[in-house]
Design a protein around this ligand. Structure first.
Ligand SMILES: Cc1cc2nc3c(=O)[nH]c(=O)nc-3n(C[C@H](O)[C@H](O)[C@H](O)COP(=O)(O)OP(=O)(O)OC[C@H]3O[C@@H](n4cnc5c(N)ncnc54)[C@H](O)[C@@H]3O)c2cc1C
Length: 403
């Protein structure tokens, strides 16, 4: 039976493991603190339209394809877990509003790219928006409804993926870090053949998947940088709950902010900092609350339950790094701001690279549902893989070897 070691149990490593198990692989996932990295902080917006940014054309098809894979991704997990309804997947669209006329004009520019990408966008007046979400301030300056942008609870999702892994007879979770990749280097090049764990143990593998988020920078010299994000979790009193029923995003004097309804409160995010501070930055907390208050005055009637900061694994162009580095090593990282959204597609592409070629898409494994995450008909796999190729940058990427 082929054996794969997946280094990293964030959303990407876990989703990849879940995609490899139905293909008959024995899967060992190694992580000293599963699901505690960027995936722990994430708001869980699945927002191909709202996340579009000028000049990031290579990202659009990835985001659209992965967003459309989400229902199958969650349904398969639900088959195995019996708990799909409880993953916080809500599909009632996203509102994007401008605080003032200049903010609304900036949003109108984005609407043009969203429409050009074939995504539905419905322009709405302040009155129409307030009919959908009465907690919105009457002072906002209009906006749009993006019906295809949805959200999920990333913490429930990673917990379900971990349960799936721990219950599977061919899966193993080792709560240890990977300190190095092992392999041989010959005239033909390098071939990874396993990993060394932080306790010195060596694990041999037919294939290794490097999904350690930002830490892949050290393990395989990948061009990654930390983009810190601060995010708040607010609890609302029963008298003010639910404050909103769908995700509300806004531009406030050019500054983005979002509020995602979750449980008895909201998730309010997120800053984007490239400084060296890994802890929660007070200035970010102030800015988030200030912006949110302009859009949703009721946010101040809440309890601050949690302030979290994590580093997003950023790449030079914000597009992930997914590709084969040598005959034994596939990397899957650099998901930056979009790792929750891109998880189904990233898992599918990574598993295809590990397995060599996709097996037939109709088989079933155990009682776990369809064996492969179906790609949407319009997805062009070759083009998607070219967009995420880790060697698309001038600097070469070389795996660090262990003697
Ligand atoms: C504030 C914030 C909000 C966000 N909101 C969204 C959102 O709404 N929607 C969206 O799509 N994305 C969002 N993101 C981005 C998303 O969280 C990331 O892109 C995604 O979590 C990356 O997943 P990952 O598995 O690659 O990395 P991580 O989640 O960071 O996981 C990496 C894992 O590797 C482990 N690890 C590290 N070193 C080693 C080692 N040596 N050996 C073994 N394991 C190791 C870590 O313990 C960790 O569990 C947000 C990010 C932040 C910070």
């Amino acid at each position: 039976m082929p054996h794969v070691v997946v280094a990293g149990a964030g959303i990407i490593g876990l989703a990849t493991a879940a995609e490899l198990l139905p293909r008959g692989w024995a899967v060992t996932v190694c992580d000293p603190a599963p699901a505690s990295g960027a995936s722990h902080a994430a708001a869980g917006m699945l927002a191909p339209a709202a996340e579009m940014v000028w000049g990031q054309n290579a990202l659009y098809p990835l985001m659209i394809a992965s967003g459309r894979m989400y229902p199958d991704f969650l349904a398969r997990l639900g088959h195995a877990d019996g708990d799909a309804a409880d993953l916080g997947h809500v599909r009632n669209g996203t509102l994007v509003v401008g605080a003032d006329a200049a903010d609304r004009a900036a949003l109108a520019d984005l609407t043009a790219i969203q429409r050009a990408a074939g995504l539905p966008v419905e322009t709405a007046t302040t009155r129409q928006l307030r009919r959908l979400e009465p907690a919105l301030s009457p002072a906002i300056s209009g906006g749009v409804l993006l019906p295809e942008d949805h959200h999920v609870d990333p913490r429930r999702l990673t917990a379900a993926l971990l349960r799936h892994l721990e219950a599977h007879p061919r899966a193993e979770l080792i709560r240890r870090g990977v300190s190095a990749l092992t392999g041989t280097t010959t005239d033909a090049g390098r071939a990874t053949d396993g990993v060394v764990l932080s306790d010195g143990r060596r694990l041999a593998a037919d294939q290794v998947v490097l999904a350690t988020g930002l830490a892949a920078r050290e393990l395989a010299d990948l061009p990654l940088r930390p983009i810190h994000g601060d995010i708040l979790r607010l609890k609302l009193p029963a008298s003010n709950h639910p404050l909103i029923t769908r995700t509300v995003r806004a531009l406030v004097n050019g500054r983005p902010v979002y509020a995602v309804p979750r449980g008895d409160g909201i998730v309010l995010g997120a800053s984007s900092r490239e400084d060296s501070g890994a802890g929660v930055r007070t200035e970010s907390v102030h800015e988030l609350l200030d912006s949110a208050h302009r859009i949703l005055p009721g946010v101040l009637d809440s309890t601050l339950e949690e302030a979290t900061a994590r580093a997003r694994p950023g790449t030079p162009d914000d597009v992930p790094l997914i590709g084969r580095r040598d005959p034994g090593l596939v990397v899957s990282t650099g998901y930056s701001r979009h790792g929750i959204l891109l998880a189904p597609l990233g898992a599918r592409l990574t598993a295809d690279l590990v397995a060599g070629s996709p097996p037939p898409s109709t088989g079933h494994d155990d009682a776990a549902g369809p064996s492969l995450l179906p790609l949407t008909a319009e997805a062009n796999v070759a083009a998607l893989l070219a967009a995420v190729a880790p060697d698309r940058f001038p600097a070469t990427v070389t795996a660090r070897s262990t003697p």
